[in-house]
Design a protein around this ligand. Structure first.
Ligand code: GLN
Length: 244
């Protein structure tokens, strides 16, 4: 079996080592004997999202975000078609915000998003920062997701998306409604840095399994020895003051 993994703007959107998510997806495939074709996309590149099985975009500061947003806007329709064809997407923080309808900067400027996820983000000068534990119905037991958040954006979900998780400890999408992230088809947006997947191996495997299903229905993922990953998961939960 083979998967094509696309990393969007790795040179610009790599806040808090978010590229660790792409590495985790690559290694968890390779450790299982799944061939991977790694593709990196940056400003000015041509891309055909139909070629990808999993697309990853990390977080970034407002400045890098605006550079990326204007470039990726060129590919909006192609990415939207791939999303409707159930390509798997993981978007973290700034990359997540980009998939919504718009991002309102702290100065009140509205930056158009791709409109792929039914949500919008309004950024405040005060930031939502800290260690996070949340619980997701998209994950097998224990269902917890752990990570770190640092964002000025407050993201508000519309009826066209479901929350990825419900907060146990931390702020999440907006610090008010108890939600974290968003899900639409196989698109998963989240505020969790960390990087996220190395210490949430069950989430990494959900993404890989969903990608495999598109061309290999019924494909099973053999379990990996994740003792270290779960130690990291529990340590991150403890940092948030939650027994993992
Ligand atoms: N610049 C965005 C915000 O502050 C995203 C930050 C990030 O990617 N961590 O909300």
């Amino acid at each position: 079996m083979k998967l094509v993994l696309g990393h969007l703007y790795p040179d610009l959107m790599n806040l808090y080592g978010d590229r660790g998510n792409f590495i985790a997806l690559q290694k968890r495939c390779e450790w299982r004997g799944i061939d991977v074709d790694l593709r990196r996309v940056t400003v000015g590149d041509d891309v055909n999202f139909a070629d990808f099985d999993i697309v990853f975009v990390g977080g970034g500061q407002d400045r890098e975000q605006e550079i990326v947003w204007s470039d990726l806007g060129r590919h909006r329709d192609d990415l939207a078609r791939a999303v409707e064809d159930d390509v798997v997407v993981l978007a973290v923080c700034g990359g997540y915000q980009l998939l919504g309808h718009y991002y309102l900067t702290p100065g009140g400027r509205k930056i158009a998003g791709l409109g792929i996820l039914d949500l919008h983000t309004e950024s405040h000068s005060s930031r939502l920062v800290g260690n996070v534990v949340c619980r997701s119905e998209y994950l097998p037991a224990p269902g917890t997701l752990v990570g770190f958040e640092n964002h000025g954006g407050r993201t508000h979900l519309g009826p066209g998306v479901a929350p990825l998780a419900r907060m146990v400890k931390g702020h999440g999408n907006n610090g008010r409604d108890g939600t974290e992230g968003a899900v639409y088809r196989n698109v998963f947006g989240t505020y969790l840095h960390g990087s996220l997947l190395p210490k949430n191996p069950h989430f990494a495997d959900v993404l890989i399994a969903r990608a495999l299903q598109r061309h290999h229905p019924g494909a099973e993922l053999e379990p990996l020895g994740d003792a270290l990953e779960w130690r990291a998961h529990r340590a991150a939960a403890a940092l948030a003051g939650v027994r993992g």
